[in-house]
Design a binder for this molecule. Structure first.
Ligand code: SF4
Length: 360
């Protein structure tokens, strides 16, 4: 693939980017380390999550589980509890599985060949490139939201960046711009440029080290590129959660494999279809019985929470209920526990589950 950069362009771009990063790099807790475990953990946490949100989670997680071996030996519940509130819990479960795989197949040492790295659960081409370049100084490209924006503007690429052709082009640029040495730092500089200067809505071309080299800026196209992605269609969903009480304890279920919050604990919750109070009460009784086998007497409406999960906008109504009787485990056969309010602290809950736990 022919790219519109000659060697003089590449030399100037690399020199300017490095000089800019030397002066402007933020001091983040995962920077300055060559430990592949810490780099891997930060990269997984930073997927779909803001830097400021990740910082305390990263430090807490690393303090509790300071090595791949410690993570592999940890209980999944501990891992999920440390992850609680970060969302996208599949990331935590895959991180845990990958640590166990590294202990089983690589004696607990993070592998340094790309095939082995990409065979680990939850690690794709981007994450592998980030870890291998930052921890082992291998010449591996990276492409994520920030660098997609920087590269498509450098090129003035007006196509769809998520298309097969767009991805092929951008990966080729990601590889072409890399220097021979100190590649991990250079990759971090590229991401930093996208995050701090070449921002989505307000690119700061006037202070950018790529000004004069960047085709979007030279043609005044920085606000049109990259082309916006098609807006996702949101779906409104009504759900209910029930705080079922029995002699000072409250009923929790654990979501099984394949469900949205697999491995986490929650109050019985489900989609509701009715709008009239009497019909909602009947749905509460039927659904709690279906999930747990417990028959309840529904009580007051306690709270309404609104939150989004992927393409769903969920309105969650929370109700009190009293235990009446118990017949078997319910048709869903979920793991369930009756917990004292103080015990809830030790169980990983979904974000809404934790908010409801505060009501208990
Ligand atoms: S010159 Fe402007 S558009 Fe180009 S990389 Fe820099 S900030 Fe982005």
């Amino acid at each position: 693939m022919t790219l519109p950069f000659d060697s003089a362009w590449l030399r100037t771009f690399r020199r300017r980017l490095r000089a800019w990063y030397d002066r402007h790099a933020r001091d983040l807790p995962w920077r300055g380390t060559r430990d592949p475990y810490a780099i891997w953990l930060s990269e997984i946490m930073l997927q779909q999550t803001q830097v400021e949100t990740v910082k305390p989670y990263f430090q807490r997680f690393l303090a509790a589980l300071p090595s791949i071996r410690a993570l592999a030996e940890a209980d999944e519940q501990q891992v999920l509890r440390l992850w609680e509130g970060l969302g996208y819990y599949r990331r935590a479960r895959q991180l845990h599985q990958a640590a166990r795989q590294i202990v089983a197949d690589h004696e607990g040492r993070f592998p340094c060949d790309p095939q082995s790295v990409q065979r680990l659960p939850g690690i794709g081409r981007y994450t592998a490139g980030a870890i291998l370049s930052m921890a082992f100084d291998q010449r591996r490209p990276i492409l994520e939201a920030n660098t997609v924006r920087v590269f498509s503007r450098l090129l003035a690429y007006s196509g769809q960046t998520t298309s097969a052709a767009g991805q092929k082009l951008l990966w080729a640029v990601a590889e072409a711009v890399l220097p021979a040495r100190d590649v991990g730092r250079f990759n971090q500089a590229l991401m930093e440029l996208g995050s701090e200067v070449c921002r989505g809505r307000a690119p700061a071309c006037e202070v950018c080290p790529a000004a004069g080299l960047c085709y979007a800026q030279l043609h005044g196209l920085q606000h049109e590129i990259p082309r916006p992605k098609p807006r996702p269609q949101f779906e409104e969903v009504a759900e209910a959660a029930v705080l079922v009480r029995r002699r000072g304890r409250v009923l929790l279920i654990q979501w099984p494999e394949g469900r949205r919050w697999a491995g986490l604990w929650d109050f019985p919750r489900f989609v509701v279809h009715s709008e009239k109070e009497a019909e909602i009460q009947r749905e509460l009784v039927a659904n709690v019985r279906r999930l747990t086998g417990v028959t309840i007497s529904p009580g007051e409406h306690r709270k309404t929470l609104r939150h989004g999960v992927t393409r769903f906008r969920i309105t969650l109504d929370c109700y009190d209920a009293e235990y009446v009787s118990h017949n078997g485990g319910g048709t869903e056969n979920l793991v369930q526990k009756w917990l004292r309010p103080a015990e809830l602290e030790h169980y990983p809950l979904s974000s809404t589950g934790r908010k409801l736990a505060r009501l208990v």
